[in-house]
Design a protein around this ligand. Structure first.
Ligand code: LHQ
Length: 259
């Protein structure tokens, strides 16, 4: 249910249950967590590319799968989030490498919000984002209430979440919810090219950049200047910084190693 390949430093993870638009199962959750832990720990991985097989990206939780422990009563969805979904979102945000999401088709419920947790989202212009939760009496999860509010403001966040109306990918890009769209046929090639370019980059600096930008929303400019000082000190000591400057002075392309 999850295909993983490592090529040119890009760990490509493909949600692979196309007959259900890649709806999430417990097995898929466990596999995704394990793959993201590899991405975090293995130096050979310098970027992650998450996408879906078939015509959809991910339709959220597989609504046919019930937790066996809850057959006799209502399910404990808090437990489901803590076991499967929250670790995925926490990993995406804390891996200090670029995590790119190529949204190839509809992204609904948890599928939408896992996509939006990624660092760079590029979507097929045929894709849609649906906060489907209210249709089944739930609230947005996987950080959706946080992500949507930060990226769009309360007015759009609330309207999307309360109505569950689909948001076209082009509108999502115009609103600043995702980076950009491209024609659906071009998405695999464009996303792969972007992921490879980032995987060939100065991984340490990219990871520290991610950390700094994520910290920015929660602190003052003064504190952020302190953080930039500390992280720039660290970046300045990296082999890739030395290589970047040497390459510039020698008028040649830099050969970054990720260290
Ligand atoms: C599906 C699903 C699906 C199973 C399509 N499950 N089969 C929830 C609970 C627990 C803990 C944590 O968090 C969450 C978070 C959530 O994610 S809640 C939100 C769950 N997702 C949804 O409510 C979305 C349900 N799906 C849809 O509304 C539609 O399928 C969308 C709008 C995504 C796509 O519509 P269409 O393009 O018209 O496709 P379709 O509906 O015909 O779906 C294709 C097949 O995929 C179909 O099966 P079939 O055998 O009839 O061909 C669907 O039953 C199946 N499928 N989503 N979540």
């Amino acid at each position: 249910c999850l295909a993983a390949t490592l090529d040119h430093g890009v760990l490509k993870l493909t949600l692979n249950r196309p007959e259900t638009l890649n709806a999430f199962t417990a097995e898929m959750g466990r596999s995704l967590i394990a793959a993201l832990e590899v991405a975090r720990d293995d130096d050979a991985v310098r970027a992650v590319l998450l996408t879906g097989a078939g015509r959809g990206f991910c339709a959220g939780q597989d609504l046919t799968e019930r937790d066996p422990a809850s057959r006799t009563g209502p399910p404990d969805l808090g437990e489901t989030l803590e076991r499967f979904y929250n670790p995925v979102v926490r990993l995406i945000r804390s891996i200090e490498k670029p995590v790119i999401c190529a949204v190839n088709g509809v992204a609904a419920g948890a599928g939408a919000n896992i996509a939006l947790a990624c660092d760079i989202v590029i979507a097929a212009n045929t894709a849609r984002f649906i906060q489907a939760f209210s249709k089944i009496g739930l609230i947005p999860d996987c950080g959706g209430t946080w992500t949507l509010t930060r990226m769009l403001g309360e007015a759009r966040a609330k309207a999307l979440a309360l109505t569950a109306e689909p948001l076209e990918a082009d509108t999502a890009a115009a609103w600043g919810l995702i980076w950009r769209t491209c024609p659906a046929v071009d998405l695999p090639v464009e996303a792969e090219a972007l992921a490879r370019r980032l995987a060939a980059g100065p991984t340490r600096a990219l990871g520290l950049t991610k950390r700094a930008i994520q910290a920015a929303g929660a602190q003052s400019l003064d504190a952020q200047l302190d953080l930039e000082r500390d992280l720039q000190r660290e970046a300045g000591r990296s082999a890739d910084h030395a290589e970047g400057v040497a390459a510039f002075l020698e008028k040649r392309p830099a050969q970054f190693t990720g260290r």
